[in-house]
Write a protein that binds this ligand. Structure first.
Ligand code: TYD
Length: 150
């Protein structure tokens, strides 16, 4: 099964996802002398329909966001402006992605622990989420996460 098929499956097993399912996805870039344009359509350019959009900004120097995993939620993360690192862990190993352009982003499925750090000054992090906000979907204890991801 490809990561796209897994993500579109309504009932993925919680333990299905690994760092192999994380993907950098290039977005359409419509170049124009008047200014460039990039677009994201749910379930077209990214492997889920998004129900929620949020953004992280004004991060103070040295600030770290995230520090959790989701049981069900899938996300797509874009550096709309500036740059930052996304540190991922699937319970076995860690991988770091640097995001620094607005025409690609990082698909992070459920059951992947993430932290965002090294935000540049005035960076803007856009996140598209597959579900509405639900605190019960969060796993905020890394040791518990590792047990659940086994
Ligand atoms: P959290 O998801 O922990 O932030 P981070 O992006 O660093 O992982 O959310 C921080 C707080 O913001 C949390 O206590 C609840 C609130 N929040 C909402 O109310 N709605 C949302 O969609 C999000 C993402 C957070």
């Amino acid at each position: 099964m490809t990561y796209f098929e897994k993500a579109l499956n309504n009932n993925p097993k919680l333990t299905d996802m690994t760092l192999d399912d994380v993907k950098i996805i290039n977005l359409p870039k419509i170049e124009d002398p008047r200014g460039n344009l990039t677009v994201i359509e749910g379930a077209v350019h990214i492997p889920f329909q998004f129900q929620r959009v949020y953004w992280i900004y004004d991060v103070p120097g040295g600030g770290i966001r995230g520090g959790h995993a989701y049981k069900k939620l899938h996300e797509f993360i874009v550096a709309l402006s500036g740059s930052f690192d996304v540190v991922l862990h699937d319970g076995r190993s860690e991988k770091v992605y640097s995001l620094n352009r607005s025409y690609f982003g990082l698909y992070v499925p459920n059951m992947i622990w993430r932290s965002l750090k090294n935000f540049s000054t005035n960076s803007l992090c856009l996140v598209l989420a597959s579900e509405l906000y639900d605190e019960n979907d969060y796993i905020r204890d890394f040791e518990l996460f590792k047990t659940m991801a086994e």
